[in-house]
Write a protein that binds this ligand. Sequence first.
Ligand SMILES: C[S@@+](CC[C@H](N)C(=O)[O-])C[C@H]1O[C@@H](n2cnc3c(N)ncnc32)[C@H](O)[C@@H]1O
Length: 220
Amino acid sequence: MSERDHELRSYGRRRGRKPSARQSQLLVEDLPRLTFDPATPPQGYRQTWLEIGFGGGEHLLWQARQNPDVALIGCEPFEDGVIKVLTAVTTEELKNIRLHMGDAREIVRAIAPASIDRTFILFPDPWPKRKHRKRRLVNATLLALLARVMRPGAELRIGTDSGDYARTMLEAFALEPRFRWTAASPEDWRIRPADWPETRYDAKAVREGRPRYYFRFLRI
Ligand SMILES: C[S@@+](CC[C@H](N)C(=O)[O-])C[C@H]1O[C@@H](n2cnc3c(N)ncnc32)[C@H](O)[C@@H]1O
């Protein structure tokens, strides 16, 4: 049995509201040309960054606007999020975003080794109930997949508002020698860096008074 046979679904729903005619057009006409193809990665960019589970796309779009010389690959199975990003990409004519509407692990398995310079996983679904914890995306399997595709020196940023998830993540990182946690003091993970914009789930955690953890790891 392969490791994939054990892989559980790490996300909730894939669809929300029925798309409007304009939104369906984005999915049918624009998504195919903007879909990331690992066989023909974007050329002519300084670096390639990967965002897993971009949700409403706030962070992905911010990074794409700030860094036009960086190619950004965004993965998200939730159709409404993909539509939000497609709307912004087509209206603003952003050139540097490619998308994968589905499970990021499918695409990470197909990416060339040491070809990713930065990865973001922001507020992954917390799966708080004990019986659902095995659905959590950030685990030893994902870290091994990312260690293969991230180049030495590449940064992996992970945000969460779940203390329990933060703990299980750090346990997984402690067992993965190819990543090193960069924090030297609590400020390094308590304070969101300036080039890490707030996402919808981050803002929700702030409103609801939950602590946030902003982790940065380096691929060794
Ligand atoms: C709690 S939301 C956070 C969204 C956004 N990053 C934010 O901070 O607002 C988690 C997102 O991760 C997505 N997700 C979960 N598992 C995923 C996977 N295997 N691949 C890609 N995205 C995934 C979900 O669909 C959901 O949109």
